[in-house]
Design a protein around this ligand. Structure first.
Ligand code: NFS
Ligand code: SF4
Length: 635
């Protein structure tokens, strides 16, 4: 039965169990939702004002305009750019939170936090043009935080956001500026999208879509600053070996699942879990405290600390069915409210922590940077208490886990390459791309979606591309899918990579002391860490003195669902990367919008959307896009 839903082997055990216990899964709720609204699927339903809802008849027999006169093109474009704005808002709230914490840390100190990576602080300061000579770490961190916060405050729209203009190649920045899509202020850009899509405003779909692209580039700006400042405060990821899938839960430990996105919370809980380990043992948990990750917080702590990943988006509530999760601690984003009801069927404490992200029926422990240690202590102690209530009879941990070598930040990739060529670290990669040993690079990102069999589209597309010698990077729940399904091991490189790709991965892996190849999929981190891939691409473009859009780089989101993923896909297109989406976007009721995003975008940006639900076909299209880029480059 489960085969239709997911290829994750843990689900074969837990979904039938859920059925037996009459606990609903996302797939049950999906089934109850059928048939889903056809107008919504096409994007032609408008609820922007209370004269509506208005909907356009896709068959051309009924209404062809809303009551105000808005066409399908306008309705679809407005709906889409509001999604991009929401995605940008989510990532940049995350970024703002970290920038504020860093500012606070540099001014007054914060007991739970420190500058863990001074080298990165110096590198970022130099990127941003912050003076470092003769100044203290605190002073530099303060100015880096201030410069970041200024990206939310600048009112001069001829001046782009610092993180945007200083991390992307000058050629691309210039191009985007000329197209009028350079963000000057993250908040203002998001606000502009909301304003221009109000009833009776921008009614030109092309103009609306360009506004949305500017929002997506503000999304990039918020993400890159979130990632880079997190590295400064919590350390830049380096390769680490860990495990993934629900078999990482331990029967004889207090299992704390960290879920959400922002490392400000999860890092401190990890610290306190180490400190309070003895209390867990005293409570009878012979293996102490076992922290595991879910979704992107899972990726954050996995890369920085080697904490094992329990699961990705779609199986977050089913993970509780193991009966072995004593607490699930969440902050923001991608948290299914259903964890409350599944948690209530078990002893599991569901703990929300953010003032603007509560879930009815769960415990709320409000987290703040100032009181981080106290709050994390309270959370860990509650988890130990919950463990004491655990019913051993109901524990059902699927013995499914895979080894995963993760932690490929840009810095980690460059240092692995430097083992081959210390003077010019990027040269081995560039040479391999030029010679065709590596045909191109594909970045896999995004979520899970009930519309696609869980993890299956990722696995199918990736295997096709690896066989064609495409280098693969991954983030977010996509990376989670690969980790759970064994695509981050050295054996997987031997099994799935084409000959010349394997040769390069082995050359670099051995030079870096791994005694074998790098894994076939390089895990770069959480969804905000897609910015790491943009930074690698920018470094390549600058080394070759070309624009980003000239490079044989593609992106793929085979199982996306969130507004954040829509924003990421859109900036990938704006940076020049052909970008596959494996779920039909809710825009197809407006042929003009579809044309702009899948065809005209190619002329404007060099990147464009490739909507394709069939995974093998999608891989073919991505590979063709890579070949086309190579041909244009003359390689
Ligand atoms: Ni990205 Fe991460 Fe996962 Fe999708 Fe959600 S957790 S930020 S949006 S579902 S990858
Ligand atoms: Fe209808 Fe126009 Fe109002 Fe939308 S904005 S609900 S199309 S009247």
């Amino acid at each position: 039965m489960t085969q239709n839903f997911s290829i994750d082997k843990s689900m074969d055990i837990l979904v039938p169990l859920a059925k037996k216990e009459c606990i609903e899964t996302p797939w049950d709720r999906y089934e109850k939702m059928q048939p889903q609204c056809g107008f919504g699927e096409l994007g032609v339903c408008c609820r922007i004002c209370w004269k509506g809802p208005c909907r356009i008849d896709p068959f051309g027999k009924g209404a062809d305009r809303g009551i105000c006169g808005a066409t399908a093109e306008v309705i679809v474009a407005r709906n889409l750019i509001r999604m991009q704005a929401a995605g940008a808002a989510s990532h940049s709230e995350h970024g703002r939170h970290i920038a504020l914490a860093m500012e606070h840390l540099s001014k007054h100190g914060l007991e739970a936090y420190s500058i863990k990576d001074e080298t990165k602080l110096m590198a970022v300061a130099s990127t941003l043009g912050v003076e470092t000579e003769g100044r203290s770490t605190q002073e530099i961190a303060h100015d880096v935080a201030q410069t970041s916060l200024n990206d939310y405050m600048n009112q001069d729209n001829s001046k782009g956001c610092s993180w945007f203009t200083k991390t992307l190649p000058a050629k691309r920045v210039q191009k985007l500026k000329e197209l009028g899509v350079m963000p000057h202020n993250i908040d203002a850009t998001i606000s502009n999208i909301m304003a221009r899509s109000h009833v009776g405003c921008d009614s030109d779909h092309v103009n609306l879509l360009l506004g949305g692209i500017r929002g997506a580039l503000a999304d990039y700006t918020g993400m890159v600053l979130a990632t880079e400042l997190s590295d400064i405060m919590f350390g830049t990821p380096q390769p680490v070996i860990t495990k993934a899938n629900l078999g990482v839960l331990k029967e004889n430990a207090v299992n704390i699942a960290l879920h959400g996105h922002n490392p400000l919370l999860s890092e401190v809980v990890c610290d306190m879990a180490i400190k309070l380990n003895e209390e867990a043992i005293a409570a009878g948990a012979t293996e102490g405290i076992n922290v595991v990750g879910v979704c992107c917080t899972g990726n954050e702590v996995m890369l920085r600390r080697g904490i094992p990943l329990a699961t990705n988006y779609l199986s977050q509530d089913i993970a509780i069915m193991t009966g072995a999760i004593d607490s699930m601690v969440v902050d923001v984003q991608c948290i299914m409210p259903s964890i409350a009801s599944v948690g209530a069927c078990f002893h599991t404490e569901i703990i929300t922590t953010m003032p603007d992200n509560k879930i009815t029926g769960t415990r709320h422990i409000e987290f703040s940077e100032e009181e981080a240690l106290e709050k994390a202590t309270e959370i860990v102690r509650l988890s130990i208490e919950a463990y004491k209530r655990r019913d051993p009879e109901r524990v059902n941990i699927p013995q499914v886990k895979e080894t995963a070598i993760v932690g490929f930040s840009k810095e980690a990739i460059v240092s692995a390459l430097a083992a081959v060529n210390p003077e010019e670290p990027l040269k081995p990669l560039i040479d391999a791309i030029v010679s065709g040993d590596i045909k191109g690079v594909a970045l896999f990102a995004g979520c899970n979606n009930v519309r696609v069999k869980q993890d299956n589209a990722y696995m199918t597309v990736v295997k096709e591309l690896l066989a064609q010698n495409v280098l693969v990077l991954a983030t977010g729940c996509g990376a989670g899918a690969f980790a759970k399904n064994g695509m981050m091991t050295q054996e997987a490189s031997k099994e799935f990579c084409g000959e010349s790709l394997l040769k390069i991965l082995t050359l670099v892996g051995e030079a870096a002391g791994l005694e074998g190849p790098l894994p076939p999929v390089l895990h770069m981190g959480s969804c905000v860490d897609n910015s790491r891939a943009a930074l690698v691409a920018s470094a390549l473009a600058e080394a070759l003195d070309v624009d980003l859009s000239d490079l044989p780089i593609v992106a793929s989101a085979p199982e996306l669902m969130s507004e954040k993923a829509v924003a990421i896909g859109s900036w990938a297109v704006a940076l020049g990367f052909p970008t596959h989406v494996g779920v039909m976007p809710q825009i197809t009721g407006a042929p003009g919008v579809v044309k702009v995003l899948t065809e005209d975008a190619k002329e404007l940006f060099g990147g464009y959307f490739i909507p394709e639900e069939a995974p093998v076909e999608a891989a073919n299209k991505l590979y063709q896009a890579i070949l086309e880029k190579r041909q244009r480059l003359g390689i």
